[in-house]
Design a protein around this ligand. Structure first.
Ligand code: DOR
Ligand code: ZN
Length: 363
């Protein structure tokens, strides 16, 4: 679809207490597997038509066959009638075969590749130890136009955790883009003003996703009256001025910044532990959270482009045609979500949100 086609009207309409939007997509989400999958997939599929699904399972999704099987498990986990398209990604390793990526991409199984620096985050031990080892892969991705999705943090323990994203830009991403200037790159879940500026200055082949939580919390949220494991994610939230830079980028109207929740559920037990897992489960009220931020920034009229247009435009996918509604109706987010034996604490647990998503499509 051409750029011209993707600026179709109508824009979001805010008629008093109702906000009508073209159905959005989530360009970065963790749906997990097993018992967590049915909870996570359903909550994402309620709000979003499509989602870029992260491959950091155990074992990671490194082949087209594994991605197809995972896609089937996702669809099987949804209630009948949910209209949802999982867009699958390949997990890059030092040994990944470029032919496997290309054939999976040409067959429509893989939408993109995910670069996890080894040991940067959850289930990334099999990730890339040195981008120098995947030069042939990057060259192939550039040639075939397959997007590279990047977890942008260096991992050396001597580098302060709050500096890891900025140093990644300088030492890894800038050289990669110098060597492969045509590579399509999404810098995922950006957390710093440095990343905003980097993406703004790069060519149109470089974009970024912004999560709902990084628009709302800064690093103090992890230490608010005690240790707050549910505010811990990677990359960690940074200082308040970085959060403000993200807010300004999200509402700027630049097509380089679009919605990607990085919703990453872990059980309550795994979060509330001596070594708690990184990840914030924002899927249950993702759109409500973004809407609140955009409204606070006086930019509700820009939410639709950020949530529903800039992502498909970057990925060269058609815009969704159905619409969703949010109502201005206060809701209290539950302290915990339960399904069978599983207990998961959602983002905004126990807080009141001003908007409420209406759970059905309409024309
Ligand atoms: O907070 C995070 N959680 N960041 C990541 O990069 C991975 C994710 C997860 O899979 O739990
Ligand atoms: Zn993620």
């Amino acid at each position: 679809m051409t750029d011209q086609d993707t600026t179709l009207r109508p824009r979001a309409e805010a008629a008093g207490d109702t906000l009508s939007l073209r159905r959005p997509d989530d360009w970065h989400v963790h749906l997990r597997d097993g018992p967590m999958l049915s909870l996570a997939a359903d909550l994402t599929a309620r709000q979003f038509a499509r989602a870029i699904v992260m491959p950091n399972l155990v074992p990671p999704v490194t082949t087209a066959a594994a991605a197809e099987a995972y896609r089937e498990r996702i669809l099987a986990a949804l209630p009948p009638g949910r209209d949802f398209t999982p867009l699958m990604t390949a997990y890059l390793t030092d040994q990944i075969d470029p032919d496997e990526l290309e054939s999976g991409f040409q067959a429509g199984v893989f939408t993109a590749c995910k670069l996890y620096p080894a040991n940067a985050t959850t289930n990334s031990a099999a990730g890339v130890t040195d981008v120098g080892k995947i030069g042939k892969v990057l060259e192939r991705l550039q040639n075939i136009g397959m997007p590279l999705l990047v977890h942008g943090e260096v991992v050396s323990p001597e580098i302060d955790i709050f500096d890891r994203e900025a140093i990644f830009l300088e030492t890894i991403l800038a050289p990669v883009l110098r060597d492969f200037p045509g590579l399509k790159v999404v810098l995922e879940h950006i957390t710093t003003e440095d990343s905003v500026r980097f993406v703004e200055a790069a060519g149109p082949n470089v974009a970024a996703t912004i999560t709902a939580h990084h628009l709302r919390i800064d690093r103090n949220a992890m230490f608010d009256g005690g240790l707050r494991p549910h505010a811990y994610c990677l990359p960690v939230a940074k200082r308040r001025h970085h959060r403000q830079a993200l807010r300004e980028a999200a509402v700027s109207g630049s097509p380089k910044f679009f919605l990607g929740t990085d919703s990453a559920p872990h059980s309550k037990h795994d979060k509330e532990s001596a070594c708690g897992c990184a990840g914030i489960f924002s899927a249950p009220t993702a759109l409500e959270s973004y809407a609140q931020t955009f409204e606070e920034e006086g930019s509700l009229d820009r939410l639709e482009a950020f949530a529903s247009e800039f992502g498909p435009r970057f990925y060269r996918l058609p815009l969704n045609t159905s619409r969703i509604r949010l109502h201005r109706k206060s809701q209290r987010v539950p302290d915990v979500l339960e399904q069978g034996d599983l207990r998961v604490v959602p983002f905004h647990a126990g807080e009141d949100l001003a908007w409420q998503f209406q759970d059905e499509g309409f024309d």
